[in-house]
Write a protein that binds this ligand. Structure first.
Ligand code: TTP
Length: 200
């Protein structure tokens, strides 16, 4: 992919309503010029594979976010995959419990796709992390469900919260599991001409 010339005047728009993504971006020293969360239908298509699904959703978020001439848009989507199954955000406690019982004692994948848009050009990348959850006891499961920390989290858990105690092993990108893989995001933004570290 061709790298664009660095443009220190380019402003970053974060097209995400996730406060975690904003915090992760701050780790790169980036405070978005604006935050505009697009509203799109995140229903998986029939038989859609998890990686295809997150890439499609990240692209659709970018398509729904039209940047001004001096703006670069960044969006992302995270999903948990068990084989071919896509585990999105649980609708309620019963669904979170079903997800966690399925993840308990096994390996799954967390895939985050990031998309950047400048003008009409959209670039998408995906980052895959393998995660193992320990075999949960009934007590651990009940305590975690009681914490409500599963709400709004793909797969029904968040590694950066109390569920960190339930995850003994990952292979991949920790920041990708939380929702924004920082190394890949930095390189994507720089490739689109964004200058990290510039005060705007
Ligand atoms: C597996 C896992 C997911 N998550 C979160 C990351 C994402 O915010 C969320 C998946 O939902 P997303 O649809 O990716 O993002 P979002 O709805 O929070 O924000 P937006 O669509 O506006 O960008 O799950 C964690 O925070 N920690 C984890 O360990």
């Amino acid at each position: 992919m061709n790298a664009r010339a660095p443009d220190p005047a380019l402003k970053l728009v974060l097209a995400s309503g996730s406060p975690r993504r904003r915090e992760l971006l701050a780790q790169l020293g980036i405070v978005p010029h604006a935050v505009r969360a697009p509203d799109i239908d995140e229903t998986p298509a029939k038989a859609e594979l998890p990686r295809d699904y997150v890439r499609r959703i990240a692209r659709q978020k970018a398509e729904a976010s039209v940047p001004a001439d001096d703006e670069l848009v960044l969006c992302a989507d995270t999903t948990v995959a068990m084989g071919r199954r896509i585990l999105g955000k649980p609708a309620d406690r019963a669904e979170a419990e079903a997800f966690l019982r399925g993840l308990s004692g096994r390996r799954h994948r967390v895939i985050t796709a990031i998309a950047a848009r400048r003008g009409d050009e959209i670039r998408v990348r995906d980052v895959l992390t393998a995660v193992r959850m320990k075999q949960l006891t009934e007590r651990e499961l009940a305590r975690y469900l009681d914490s409500d920390d599963w709400q709004g989290k793909a797969g029904g858990y968040a590694i950066q919260g109390p569920a960190g105690a339930l995850i003994p092993w990952i292979n991949g990108s920790y920041t990708g599991v939380i929702g924004l893989p920082l190394a890949e995001t930095a390189s994507l933004l720089q490739g689109m001409g964004y200058v990290i570290g510039e005060t705007r």
